[in-house]
Design a protein around this ligand. Structure first.
Ligand code: CA
Length: 236
């Protein structure tokens, strides 16, 4: 199936996860601290990473930032402490694709991992979805610029405001999953200039983003009481 790296300093958890993921058919390497993780990532090619944020020697966020510089499209699922909402937001900002809060259900980890790997293999959201290179002229394909507030849709540039851009980036990273209003607001509010943003403002930005995606196969669905879901009607 996939060649994965598990980075976790808790030996019991690391061994348990390895065994479970190997049983699911994956090829697993492990690292017990951030330094080992970076060394592994230098020498081996992985299709996905499970990364604990609380790590000795080099912390998980630093590992994530460094690996993102070289491997912008490598799927990364982070593991965060129970009350680590700031870590979670910082992790998503640093380029994590998904997260789980400890303690987590092993079946949920497996499900999220599979969905993350599947998304990474879809052309519309796949490798290069966050790469800075020029977009492929693939109709309906969406690529979000990793640095500037813009995206490409079928090769056409869409200019975005800072908020529209971070909202779209979050939805793309979690495509096929519901992103809660709280998660969007938390990401926006982590930016010092955006402190006062309200839930009403979110509706406005979702509406604007929908208009910018009009004419594509992409739609932002409002899931009442839960949040928003980016759907691709053109995906097979
Ligand atoms: Ca830890």
């Amino acid at each position: 199936m996939a060649h994965l790296l598990i980075v976790e300093d808790d030996e019991l958890l690391r061994d348990g996860l390895s065994a479970q993921l190997m049983q699911a058919g994956h090829r697993i390497d492990t690292a017990a601290d951030g330094e080992q993780a970076l060394a592994r990532l230098e020498t081996d090619a992985y299709e996905g990473v499970v990364l604990d944020l609380g790590l000795p020697r080099v912390d998980g966020l630093t590992v994530l930032r460094r690996l993102r510089q070289r491997l912008p499209a490598l799927p990364v699922l982070i593991l965060t402490a129970r009350d680590g909402i700031e870590d979670r937001v910082e992790g998503l900002n640093a380029g994590a694709d998904d997260y789980l809060t400890k303690p987590f259900n092993r079946d949920e980890l497996l499900a999220r991992l599979q969905s993350m790997l599947r998304r990474a293999s879809l052309p519309a959201f796949g490798p290069g979805a966050r790469s800075a290179s020029a977009p492929a002229p693939d109709p309906g394909s969406l690529r979000v610029d990793p640095v500037l507030p813009r995206a490409w849709l079928g090769g056409e540039v869409i200019d975005l405001t800072q908020r529209e851009w971070s909202l779209l980036d979050l939805l793309v990273r979690h495509s096929g999953q519901v992103v809660s209003r709280e998660d969007v607001l938390a990401v926006w509010q982590s930016d010092p200039g955006e402190a006062g943003v309200t839930s009403n403002a979110l509706e406005v930005y979702v509406h604007r983003l929908r208009r910018k995606l009009a004419g594509s196969t992409l739609n932002i669905r409002n899931i009442r009481g839960l949040g928003y879901l980016l759907e691709n009607a053109g995906a097979s």
